[in-house]
Design a protein around this ligand. Structure first.
Ligand code: SF4
Ligand code: MG
Length: 279
């Protein structure tokens, strides 16, 4: 063991917290998710300069500002293409992507499917509160069809998006669900997701206290998945198709090799391309 290794102080969760104070509503589940992310980074002892957190737009997408590492607060629904570009250019970085149900499954729904298909080594954390919080409470893709609100009286009547099923069908290599009310369990899931190669998807049920106060009941509804993780897509599909939305734990662990194109081996210059595609 070198002297460097001996003298290096162990990093703890607070070392990954920035000095910026979160502006979320008191009681928002996203505080707990932030804490889980910093705990996971400490568990893995990742140097902050080797980590990047990328996001889109929404309450949850504020997270890059609160984590003391590299970060990029992108545009609505586009966190995954940004993160994909970063990871293929800098495969040495650990890249986390933070999103919400509106940002990630509506505006970014197409990117979600293709990021799973490409299987670049990313960890995609979606804070799902089944509502658009930042824009004041519109139904999102995961909102229950009968959720009655001022903006959707009587409910939308539209079947919700099923993110875990879509992730499996599209090719995600790791699928898990956690609950913000269990920050230690959630930190463990994020740790496993980072360790697992390829595209890891973690749905975190993160209550929106302001627009969905009914979600305070989630703590009585969540439960551990009654089965062990599987690497069998058929078994995982049956499990996820009959899922009640509150099973927590690791639900699928795939074995596909991550996609990593060669870096720095382009043979065409910009002027070659201009010449080839000139009209
Ligand atoms: Fe959290 Fe909802 Fe407040 Fe946004 S509006 S900070 S999701 S409680
Ligand atoms: Mg939301």
């Amino acid at each position: 063991m070198s002297m460097d290794t001996v003298c290096k102080p162990e990093l703890v969760a607070r070392d990954y917290k920035s000095d910026i104070k979160p502006v979320w509503c008191p009681g928002c589940g996203d505080y707990s998710v932030l804490s889980s992310i910093t705990k996971a980074l400490a568990e893995l002892q990742l140097p902050p300069e080797d980590v990047a957190v990328i996001s889109g737009i929404g309450c949850s997408s504020r997270i890059p500002a609160y984590v003391d590492c590299y970060g990029f607060h992108g545009v609505h629904g586009r966190s995954l293409p940004l993160a994909t570009g970063l990871k293929v250019a800098r495969p040495d970085l650990t890249v986390l992507v933070a999103s919400g149900d509106g940002d990630g499954f509506s505006i970014g729904g197409n990117h979600f499917m293709h990021a799973a298909r490409r299987n670049v080594d990313l960890t995609y954390i979606v804070m799902d509160n089944r509502v658009y919080g930042m824009t004041k409470g519109q139904p999102s893709p995961t909102t229950e069809p009968d959720w009655d609100s001022a903006l959707a009286p009587g409910g939308t009547g539209i079947s919700p998006f099923r993110p875990l099923v879509i992730a499996l069908a599209a090719g995600a290599n790791f699928i898990a669900r956690g609950f913000a009310g269990d920050p230690n369990g959630t930190a463990k899931l994020i740790t496993e997701a980072i360790r697992h190669p390829g595209f890891s998807f973690v749905e975190l049920l993160s209550p929106c206290i302001t627009f969905r106060p009914d979600q305070k009941n989630w703590k009585t509804q969540v439960h551990d998945a009654v089965v062990d993780p599987t690497d069998d897509m058929g078994r995982a599909a049956r499990r996820l198709m009959t899922d009640d939305g509150f099973n927590t734990g690791v639900l699928f662990t795939g074995e596909r090799a991550p996609y990593q194109p060669p870096v720095g081996q382009a043979t065409a210059t910009v002027s070659d391309l201009e010449e080839r595609f000139a009209l």
